[in-house]
Design a binder for this molecule. Structure first.
Ligand SMILES: *[C@@H]1O[C@H](CO)[C@@H](O)[C@H](O)[C@H]1NC(C)=O
Ligand SMILES: *[C@@H]1O[C@H](CO)[C@@H](O)[C@H](O)[C@H]1NC(C)=O
Ligand SMILES: *[C@@H]1O[C@H](CO)[C@@H](O)[C@H](O)[C@H]1NC(C)=O
Ligand SMILES: *[C@@H]1O[C@H](CO)[C@@H](O)[C@H](O)[C@H]1NC(C)=O
Ligand SMILES: [Zn+2]
Length: 497
């Protein structure tokens, strides 16, 4: 919590309150000395009429402090002050809920429970059950028929438009956890090594905050719990099952060991690469020579030429300002038999990545070319006397589009993060070659943005990248992440409702 500048926010509100003489009608805003040890400085705000009992969720329906729509400001310049003050109060109210000791304890316990029982793609049945258990407890409704096997679409708000979605992925990885701690994975060979346990906990945290503030919402927040991000493109199945119905904007976050705890990072435009996979099989042709002896045909040499040609797609053909990767990750032929220097087939496998939709499909075409059509290899086939076929696994694994942040939605995330956490806790990041199936949502709902939440803490040792068996997170990021999610959604509705 050390990075959140609540003190500054509340001081600002205090000044506004003193100088602008805000009248909240029947409600009262009071500033008083904080008793919360997390809040080392300044004051904490309470809006008297908000439901202070975070866990008594059935109790808030009749309460209506109309924070954002009924107060009057008697200053010389009303409009901008109302907007600023509303935003500050929204931010501090959301943070106040997120930082209650019981919220922090609850959100950590959710994350730990999921962490202990990791489930792989499309097997997230216990995770699904846990999410529904928590949604039921807080009185948040969800579609009864599951989406994409184990996915859930829940919603909070008016039930009417606009609809803004936030997504969390749920799946773990086939990795044996090497971190020795109290809540280490209890399932051999499976681990939440990418922080999706934290994503679920933060989205449930956001659900709780938003349910608590439901009477402020000017539309509907759709909470998407998605299976199979790591494998199997759960996003695509979620969309097919109606996850994006009525949704006009969508956001999602990923924890990141590259940013200190609770620091938010994002960028406008391309953020993560589009990505495809290929597997090519290079086979020796039978060639009879005039003397009826079979000539020597070198599949290894042909495959090596193919690898070089693939590298040329990037080094010679690509625009150097548009980062691209073609990477051959496996090369198999001839087994371990070093005497058999002429294997009948060689199999190459690899991935290709780029930051624009046009580039990724262009690379795909070029790889295909190389193997099948106009290609270097077919030209070379007469030299090497081989045939080549290539498979892009598109039925099972369609090419991922790049994740490209809409400028306006990026600005929204940035504004919310800065208002909530202060300008020092927002970083503009560089594009990364990793891929995310969030991009399938963005294809359908272009008003979208993806962002990072820092979990790096040298003291704790949360310094390892995702997919490492040593991956761990600083759980202090969880309540902050919940608050950021909630504020992004609530403010989106305020501005578009
Ligand atoms: C809350 O109060 C405002 C202003 O008095 C009113 O317009 C709105 O309908 C009320 N909402 C609820 C849920 O009672
Ligand atoms: C109030 O402030 C805003 C922004 O500073 C300005 O654009 C607007 O003209 C001001 N309105 C009045 C009535 O002074
Ligand atoms: C990307 O290109 C593919 C193939 O041309 C197309 O089907 C898809 O809709 C495109 N996506 C975007 C976001 O332009
Ligand atoms: C790292 O974690 C320790 C232990 O929870 C905490 O005291 C410290 O403030 C954290 N550092 C940051 C940068 O959040
Ligand atoms: Zn991940």
């Amino acid at each position: 919590m050390g990075v959140v500048h609540l003190g500054l926010l509340t001081m600002f509100v205090t000044l506004l309150l003193h100088f602008c003489n805000i009248d909240y009608g029947d409600n009262h805003v009071t500033a008083h000395q904080s008793t919360n040890p997390d809040l080392k400085q300044g004051f904490q705000f309470f809006i008297d009429n908000t439901n202070d009992d975070f866990f008594d969720d059935n109790n808030n329906n009749n309460k209506n402090d109309s924070l954002s729509n009924s107060f009057r400001v008697s200053s010389s310049n009303g409009t901008s002050t109302i907007t600023t003050t509303t935003t500050r109060l929204l931010s501090s109210s959301i943070l106040e809920i997120a930082r209650r000791p019981e919220t922090i304890e609850w959100i950590k316990s959710i994350r730990r429970e999921i962490h202990e029982y990791p489930e792989l793609a499309y097997e997230e049945f216990e995770t699904n059950r846990l999410i529904r258990r928590e949604l039921d407890r807080m009185g948040v409704g969800y579609r009864l028929s599951p989406m994409a096997e184990t996915g859930i679409r829940a919603s909070v708000g008016t039930g009417g438009p606009p609809f803004v979605a936030i997504r969390a992925d749920m799946d773990a990885l086939p990795i044996q956890e090497s971190v020795e701690w109290e809540h280490k994975s209890k399932v051999a060979g499976k681990m939440h090594a990418c922080g999706h346990d934290a994503h679920v906990a933060m989205l449930l945290g956001a659900a709780k905050i938003l349910k608590n503030r439901e009477y402020h919402l000017k539309g509907t927040v759709v909470l998407l719990f998605q299976p199979a991000e790591e494998a199997g493109i759960g996003a695509k199945r979620m969309i097919e099952d109606g996850a994006l119905e009525d949704v006009e904007a969508i956001f999602a976050a990923h924890v990141s060991h590259q940013h200190p705890t609770s620091v938010i990072g994002s960028r406008p435009g391309p953020l993560l690469a589009g990505c495809g996979f290929f597997r090519a099989v290079i086979t020796r042709m039978r060639v009879e020579s005039a003397s009826h002896t079979t000539t020597h045909v070198d599949t290894i040499l042909a495959a090596s030429a193919a690898v070089i040609s693939l590298q040329n797609i990037v080094s010679r053909e690509a625009n150097p300002l548009d980062s691209q990767v073609v990477s051959v990750a496996s090369f198999n032929g001839g087994g371990n038999d070093i005497d058999m220097n002429d294997p009948k087939t060689v199999v190459l496998g690899g991935t290709f990545r780029a930051f624009s939709n046009a580039s990724i499909h262009q690379i795909r075409r070029r790889i295909e070319d190389i193997y099948i059509l106009i290609s270097v290899i077919v030209e070379q086939a007469s030299v090497y006397r081989c045939t080549a076929t290539v498979d892009f696994f598109e039925k099972k694994q369609p090419i991922y589009p790049p994740t490209v942040n809409d400028e306006k939605m990026y600005e929204h995330v940035k504004k919310v993060a800065v208002d909530l956490l202060g300008p020092n806790n927002f970083n503009v990041v560089r594009p990364m070659m990793g891929a995310e199936d969030f991009s399938f949502y963005s294809e359908v709902v272009p008003a979208s943005a993806f962002f990072y939440i820092g979990i790096r803490n040298e003291t704790l040792g949360s310094i390892h990248s995702g997919h490492s068996p040593y991956f761990m997170i600083d759980e202090n990021a969880l309540p902050v992440g919940a608050a950021v999610h909630a504020a992004i959604a609530e403010r989106y509705l305020n501005e578009h409702g």
